[in-house]
Design a protein around this ligand. Structure first.
Ligand code: A3D
Length: 320
């Protein structure tokens, strides 16, 4: 059986980490694409030279030509610019929308059958635009944000409880902004929902509120520390888990930015919801029942995403 092919559009901080993880996990051969001459080629060569030491079999190559995406099974898009301290994700909209137009055309021409994972910010609006620009079926185009946001939530919870990260499951809903909705009721430690753990005296509502707040601002915390860019290890690991679920038809239920056609009462919008990822792309959306408080938080987050989508339509009338 021929190896799968993974194309990474954008060979920056996240792109390079994606290539390393895809290689180490032997998900397939990897092509790194970027507009910067020499960067994807240099990173691919450096990573190929890692393979003998790490003992993985994957061909890694770098390119400045979209042609190299030909026949990719998975395309992961990080092309664009990240934020710097003081910037919100939304400040990136104008510049990254133009990038999505070019990337969408490249994918449509060379990899129309691929499963496409967008990471470029502002995430929910960019994946919406990328799906429209590429014309690929909506179930084959998703955004990565929820896996990362819930990984941050899981990490903070495991730290609070002093338990393995493996036994902490957490769910975040909504757009990838500071108004995302970490769901306390649907998050568990060793299978026990967080509200029960408060009753059991393991933690307090105040401590959980502080963790929820830190989760919401988790991206900004790292931007403030790094000063020159945004998080890249955990975002890359999160996207790789989505790619792996698709390539191996694992049917994992992961929080992803998926195209909604009425689920959660939302239409023609990409926003973070739990979804099953398998060989058919997004195979099912888990249309959870929300409490009135959760619903209010989710609706506020969806309203922010819709505002950004409207801004995209103003900048690029072809999307209207
Ligand atoms: P960075 O290291 O700057 O890499 C971006 C790469 O994109 C650079 O190598 C650029 O040369 C390249 N690029 C720019 N324009 C184009 C183009 N037209 N075609 C192809 N390549 C191009 O950034 P990064 O890897 O740290 O982050 C990439 C994106 O991911 C940014 O928009 C971040 O805001 C976003 N991000 C999202 C999350 C989510 O959870 C959604 C988390 C972290 C970062």
């Amino acid at each position: 059986m021929a190896r799968k092919k993974i194309a990474l559009v954008g060979a920056g901080q996240i792109g390079g980490t994606l290539a390393l993880l895809a290689g180490q996990k032997e998900l397939g051969d990897v092509v790194l694409f970027d507009i910067m001459d020499g960067v994807p080629q240099g990173k691919a060569l450096d990573l190929a030279e890692t393979a003998p030491v790490e003992g993985f079999n994957a061909k890694l190559s770098g390119t400045n030509s979209y042609e190299a995406l030909e026949g990719a099974d998975v395309v992961i898009v990080t092309a664009g610019v990240p934020r710097k301290p003081g910037m919100s994700r939304d400040d990136l909209l104008g510049i990254n929308l133009k990038v999505m137009e070019q990337v969408g055309a490249g994918i449509a021409k060379y990899a129309p059958k691929a499963f496409v994972i967008c990471i470029t910010n502002p995430l929910d609006a960019m994946v919406w635009a990328l799906q429209k620009f590429s014309g690929l079926p909506a179930n084959m185009v998703v955004g990565m944000a929820g896996v990362l946001d819930s990984a941050r939530f899981r990490y903070f919870l495991s730290d609070e409880f002093g338990v393995s990260v493996e036994d902490v499951h957490a769910m975040t809903l909504g757009g990838h902004g500071d108004d995302m909705v970490p769901l306390i009721r649907y998050s568990t430690v060793g299978g026990v929902p967080l509200p029960e753990l408060i009753k059991m005296g393991w933690t307090t509502q105040e401590k959980l509120d502080a963790i929820v707040d830190r989760t919401r601002k988790g991206g900004g915390e790292i931007v403030a520390l790094l000063k020159t860019g945004s998080a890249f290890y955990a975002p890359a690991a999160s996207a790789i888990s989505m790619a792996e679920s698709y390539l191996k038809d694992k049917k994992r239920i992961l929080p992803v930015a998926a195209y909604l056609k009425g689920e959660f009462g939302v239409s023609d919008t990409y926003v973070g919801v739990p979804a099953m990822i398998g060989a058919g792309g997004v195979e099912k959306i888990v249309d959870l029942e929300l409490s009135s408080e959760e619903k209010a938080g989710f609706e506020k987050s969806v309203a922010s995403v819709k505002g950004l989508i409207e801004a995209c339509k103003t900048i690029a009338p072809a999307l209207a």
